[in-house]
Design a protein around this ligand. Sequence first.
Ligand SMILES: [Zn+2]
Length: 280
Amino acid sequence: MGLFSGLENLGLGKYKDAKLMEEKTEQNKIDLGEKQAPKINEEDVLYDKRYTCPVCDLNFTSRTVRAGKIKLASKDTDLRAVYEVADPHKYDVISCENCGYSAVGRYFGKLSTRQMRDIKDQVGTNFKGISNDKVIFSYDDAILRYKLALVCSIVKHAKNSEKGYTSLKMAWVLRGKRLSLKPGDAEIKQLYEQEMECIANSYDCFVGALANEMLPIAGMDENTIKYLMAELARKLKKYDESAKLLAEVITSKATPTRLKEEALNVKELLKEDIKKNGRS
Ligand SMILES: [Zn+2]
């Protein structure tokens, strides 16, 4: 199944084989512990936030995680934060129920006239509607919204930073679903493959963003984005690129101690990978 499969049900079947790039064309174990049952549920940390669609002017609400209501449990090496009670990444895409315009929160409201027209013509006219009226989103609800956000990023010719960030967050949600399944589940392999496809897209887009855009990129300063790209490169077995980026982060005087420690940790993982798999 392709990355965008399932969109045909929303009237957007023509995007089922869409490519994200315009130009030229290990499982992290998360141990939340077997502690006593949490006192609050996912539903308790959510609220309905109001939005106005910049494309069709519809006023609608979208489920949102209340800041400060969830506790950080751990962080993956590619910066995916894991929280107790709820996975907030499921709620990061905002989707207009009427025209289908979707984007991750940080990019939702900022559109040019041409982008509005293109979304209206190329997404809105065929869109069959989506309901935000759910108590909680399942991982599949979230994954569908990320697909919509990626399609909209293609249609509106979004910057590489937005495409890279949206792809990265979709990888995190695919991982969230994969790790929620029982070992041996038939869907695990497919979810892992889709996650790696998103990571590859994210890395390529961030390479383009770092070369052509102003910092910060998706809210990240130079050393943070380089650290992230080094880890994505390692996961993609691009070992030389990963080593080069890590060296830049580790030797930079501007890198905070904590990020330097994380970079040194990834450097160790990279060494082990090279020992195991040979050089890229
Ligand atoms: Zn709309």
